[in-house]
Design a protein around this ligand. Structure first.
Ligand SMILES: [Zn+2]
Ligand SMILES: [Zn+2]
Length: 114
């Protein structure tokens, strides 16, 4: 049982959801994403095919795939990136072996109000 401040979201009853563009991969996040940031390093530019990649972080214990699973590409010695093999959506950034995962903020179902 976790205690929450008034007005704070109950992530167990109301998790964040998201997935890729084609719907083959869906995920659920049951804790607030921390460290929201925009990374414009060369690797994130290439992975997203855009000027930057917006990411937020969560512990693997609060993250689950609910449909399908991403494919992983090792973009450097230390980093792997999860994406949908069917539609190519860039979904995740993860340090190899880390207990945390970064989620593309734009892959959330309701990025405007979650
Ligand atoms: Zn897809
Ligand atoms: Zn980056």
């Amino acid at each position: 049982m976790t205690t929450r401040n008034p007005g704070e979201r109950d992530f167990e009853r109301e998790p964040l959801r998201g997935g890729c563009q084609c719907g083959a991969i869906r995920f659920r996040i049951s804790a607030p994403l921390t460290m929201p940031h925009v990374c414009h390093c060369r690797m994130c530019q290439k992975a997203s095919g855009s000027a930057f990649l917006a990411l937020g972080e969560v512990g693997l214990e609060n993250f689950a795939w609910t449909r399908g699973e991403p494919s992983w590409f090792r973009s450097s010695e230390a980093v792997e990136r999860g994406f949908c093999a069917a539609c190519g959506t860039s979904l995740h950034f993860r340090y190899v072996g880390s207990a945390r995962i970064d989620v593309s903020l734009a892959s959330r179902q309701h990025p405007d109000h979650d």
